[in-house]
Design a protein around this ligand. Structure first.
Ligand code: GDP
Length: 174
């Protein structure tokens, strides 16, 4: 008898970064395939999920939204608890969100330890309003030892890649 065993695992993924960088939109885009400009965060919905298959492994990514608690210390411990992977996001048009990346990374490490992490520069469609040079973003990624993805949730650029990469890192650690 041949048994095909398919490992199925769950991964809690937290998405951190300053307010309005596009975290909720990214979750919506990845899990529902849509972009809405005036998407209001639904209080009470903790996460959305999507199942993907990578190298014969099925992984269910549960993407946790901060539900509007972006203020650095307002995010509860429950949000971070058990997180197995993390996206640190900033916006092309928001310099403060770029400068906050280090603090977000440290916060996640303090709460979750050394988990797979990726750096995301969102809103690359707003190139005319860019507040960060490409070289600066690359230098930060190098310094932090993170891979950098440039995304537009609006135009659906590179969003799939972010989560495939994260899932691959996660699987490699199983
Ligand atoms: P959050 O506070 O980090 O969860 O950010 P939101 O997901 O609420 O997004 C903040 C605003 O930025 C919303 O108006 C989104 O529609 C918009 N937004 C998100 N991603 C993009 C993007 O890639 N390009 C553009 N132009 N707008 C975006």
């Amino acid at each position: 008898d041949l048994e095909i065993a398919i490992k199925s695992s769950f991964a809690k993924v937290v998405i951190v970064g300053n307010g309005a960088v596009g975290k909720s939109s990214m979750i919506q885009r990845y899990c529902k395939g849509i972009f809405t400009k005036d998407y209001k965060k639904t209080i009470g919905v903790d996460f959305m999920e999507r199942q993907i298959e990578l190298e014969g492994e099925e992984v269910r990514l549960m993407l946790w939204d901060t539900a509007g608690q972006e203020e650095f210390d307002a995010i509860t411990k429950a949000y971070y608890r058990g997180a197995q992977a993390c996206v640190v996001a900033f916006s092309t048009t928001d310099r403060a969100s770029f400068l906050a990346v280090k603090r977000w990374k440290k916060k996640v490490e303090d709460e979750c330890g050394d988990i797979p992490m990726v750096l995301v520069q969102n809103k690359i469609d707003l190139i005319d309003e860019a507040a960060i040079l490409n070289e600066e973003a690359e230098a930060l990624a190098r310094e932090l030892g993170l891979r950098l993805y440039r995304t537009s949730v609006k135009e659906d650029l590179n969003v799939e890649q972010v989560f495939s990469y994260l899932a691959a890192l996660y699987i490699a650690e199983l």
